[in-house]
Design a protein. Structure first.
Length: 300
């Protein structure tokens, strides 16, 4: 073999290469696996963090339970019907999910931007919906644990008696409420990211008013027109109103705003609407970040 034929090819000699379009074309299987890994990767720190930091259990469960207990004692002092004690316990359990939506979903992308991690999300080959879904699943497990503890301890400690005739419908309403709530959380996450520094103030501003208009500690029907507005805009109000009617079937004090079946349909509409809006807004912020670079700068 001649020396010329044995010489290595020159790096300056052009060789046929794949086009950028071919290099970026992934199979549906690879896209699915990547997004599933993204979901598990974003859910992992929330689940493991809860186990590694026992103090979170104290602040996330015991302190909010004191608020629930305070309303229980108020109703007992007023000699309210026993069902109202159950309303408070059920509302205290559902509070965990609203706090998770506001603090660990709505403001999450803004916090990631402030910490300098948002650039990694936009440059990585994965869907932003997968990132938020992983956050939602991780936070959901933590919130379910807190809600279960509040519900069980409150039921045993205060002697709450539930009367459920339609377990399947109750479970369906609960799941639809969570889907609609976390869909709303995804919408708020994108809006807070676009609004910038006002996200922190909006989070604090929305927390207490939603407690009131959602009827966490009393039937939302008592609010009249304001309750109707809450039913039409806040998934927590719809879900709580339906779950109270189903959990205390036959009680004359539930004062449901609408029938549980109608409110389940409202939750379906809310879930589809919020998820669709979130998907659209996420596409908008991805375009702003990747084409204009406006969302990953601290001063933007």
């Amino acid at each position: 073999m001649s020396e010329r034929s044995a010489a290595p090819p020159s790096p300056f000699v052009s060789r046929p290469t794949a086009s950028p379009a071919d290099a970026a074309r992934w199979s549906p299987r690879r896209i699915l696996i990547t997004n599933l890994r993204t979901i598990s990767g974003r859910a992992y720190p929330r689940v493991i963090g809860m186990m590694r930091e026992p103090s979170w259990l104290f602040f996330e469960i015991l302190l909010p339970f004191l608020t629930t207990s305070a309303f229980v004692f108020v109703y007992r002092a007023l000699q309210a019907p026993p069902e109202y004690i159950g309303f408070v316990v059920l509302g205290g359990a559902m509070t965990a999910f609203w706090l998770n939506v506001m603090w660990l979903m709505a403001a999450q992308l803004y916090w990631e931007k402030d910490q300098g991690n948002l650039e990694l999300y936009f440059t990585a080959p994965m869907s932003m919906m997968s990132i938020l879904l992983g956050m939602a699943i991780g936070g959901l497990l933590m919130s379910c644990f807190r809600a279960a503890v509040v519900l069980i301890v409150g039921t045993v400690l205060y002697g709450v008696v539930f009367s459920v005739d339609q377990w399947l419908l109750l479970l369906l309403v609960f799941l639809l409420t969570l889907i609609a709530l976390y869909g709303l959380g995804m919408v708020l996450a994108t809006l807070f990211l676009l609004w910038g520094r006002e996200a922190w103030h909006l989070t604090q501003l929305l927390q207490e008013p939603v407690y009131f208009v959602s009827g966490l500690n009393f039937p939302v029907a008592r609010l009249g027109v304001l309750g109707a507005a809450a039913i039409s805009t806040i998934p927590l109000a719809v879900g709580l109103d339906a779950m109270r009617q189903l959990a205390f079937a036959g009680s004359v004090h539930t004062d449901g705003f609408l029938s549980p079946e109608v409110e389940a349909l409202i939750l379906v509409v809310m879930a589809v609407t919020f998820v669709a809006i979130a998907r659209f807004l996420l596409q908008v912020i991805e375009r702003l970040a990747r084409r204009e670079g406006r969302l990953t700068m601290r001063g933007s």
